[in-house]
Design a binder for this molecule. Structure first.
Ligand SMILES: *Cc1c(COP(=O)(O)O)cnc(C)c1O
Length: 398
């Protein structure tokens, strides 16, 4: 009955995690992942999704998905490079290129796949990558896959980046050097210092790579991301976006020069060896970009809600870190206490996940809140009331 060595490995490691209370039990939502969710029969204000603009349940996207399914079927039928490129995939890429003010775009099945494919398509073991210490797991894995030398710089520390870029450049050891960063850091909600990064890149001829997973649909006024926000259009080589968070569907993309995208279309392995996003997903994403292009209402709303929640938590006396975006951490410190806080919030009707070491540094365990454009003021007030109750009960606020 299967490999004994495998069973031993699984039993030992699962027991280890469970005995330390580190085994993550997955909560299943009944129905959609909207501003209010139902888990185990309980209605909860949802502050844990990345569905920033509420687009996952937007009627226009749903309608577009249904129509595309009727027209094209449920699957694309092949990888993009064989014959899985449908006209709506091309249409989505053209629309995204325009939205991102870039020459071209390539769509992948996920943001994770963008980082798996794009980094190793251009970086090799003859190269070096300067990587922010708080970069997302998919960036770290993508860098490793490339075989390039990975040089970590302290989070958003421009002196450290500059020193390490200078050292790498002057060593003469590398053919190419890349600097890679999240556009918005998901655990603290802070924004990468892109103008300084681009300046350092220009000085040392670095390739610039920004992963806008949490900036897509959030930064730039119209949701077009970091380049627009920082006034750096045309100055960033790789702009990664996700279609799975604020855009509300699934998928990811790389925006860049026509030559870069032409190259990724023949070298990025997830594009070449994994089937393209479904017709319904492509059509829904197109509709999402239409909505963002027509009006900034949703982007304004997620910021307004983020600011409202932040002010409310701060007024209650909580430490909300140094977030600059709607992502609102509530720093508790101790890991057990943060986990208890999250459980107690749930009893009070609020779903907000605790995040502990090693995802965040020791002593900075937190409950992370992701308000969206779909939350009403009443929902946020309910959440704040729960925070007040639990905060006092656990002695975190007065
Ligand atoms: C979430 C995230 C991804 C993965 O995006 P998916 O489309 O969900 O695969 C990649 N990079 C960063 C920085 C992220 O936060």
């Amino acid at each position: 009955m299967g490999s004994k060595a495998l069973q031993k490995y699984l039993t030992e490691n699962l027991e280890d995690l469970r005995s330390k209370g580190l085994y993550n039990e997955i909560d299943t939502i009944k129905g959609s992942n909207g501003p209010v969710i139902e888990i185990n029969g309980k209605r909860l204000i949802n502050l844990s999704s990345n569905n920033y603009l509420g687009l996952a349940t937007n009627p226009r996207l749903i309608e577009a998905g249904i129509k595309a399914t009727e027209k094209y079927g449920v699957g694309a039928g092949a990888v993009r490079t064989i014959n899985g490129t449908l006209d709506i995939h091309d249409e989505l890429e053209a629309k995204l290129a325009k939205f991102k003010h870039s020459e071209a775009v390539i769509v992948f099945q996920s943001g994770f796949n963008c980082n798996m494919g794009a980094i190793s398509a251009v970086m090799t073991k003859k190269d070096a990558i300067l990587s922010d210490a708080l970069n997302h797991a998919s960036i770290i894995d993508g860098c490793r896959l490339s075989g390039a030398k990975i040089i970590r710089f302290e989070h958003s520390d421009m002196e450290d980046l500059r020193a390490k870029a200078k050292e790498a450049k002057e060593s003469g050891l590398y053919e190419k050097i890349m600097v890679i960063t999240d556009g918005v850091f998901s655990m603290d909600g802070d924004i990468a210092l892109m103008p300084e990064i681009v300046k350092i890149a220009e000085e040392f001829d670095l390739i610039t790579y920004v992963d806008d997973a949490h900036a897509s649909g959030v930064l730039g006024g119209d949701g077009s991301g970091s380049a627009t926000h920082h006034n750096l259009i045309g100055k960033i080589d790789f702009q990664i976006g996700t279609l799975s968070k604020a855009i509300g569907v699934v998928g990811g993309y790389v925006a860049g020069s026509k030559d870069l995208i032409d190259w990724l279309k023949v070298r990025a392995r997830p594009f070449l060896f994994s089937t393209s996003i479904t017709p319904a997903a492509a059509a829904a994403c197109i509709e999402a970009i239409n909505i963002l292009t027509e009006s900034d209402e949703l982007v304004k709303k997620v910021w307004e809600n983020g600011n409202y929640l932040k002010k409310g938590l701060k007024d209650l006396g909580f430490d909300i870190g140094h977030s600059e975006t709607p992502i609102t951490p509530c720093i508790i410190g101790d890991a057990d206490k943060a986990q208890e806080f999250s459980r107690e919030l749930r009893k009070e009707g609020v779903y907000a996940k605790s995040i502990v070491f090693p995802t965040v540094p020791l002593g900075t365990a937190r409950v992370r809140n992701m308000p969206t454009a779909a939350h009403t003021k009443e929902m946020l007030d309910q959440a704040l009331a729960a925070y007040a109750t639990v905060g006092r009960r656990l002695g975190i606020i007065k």
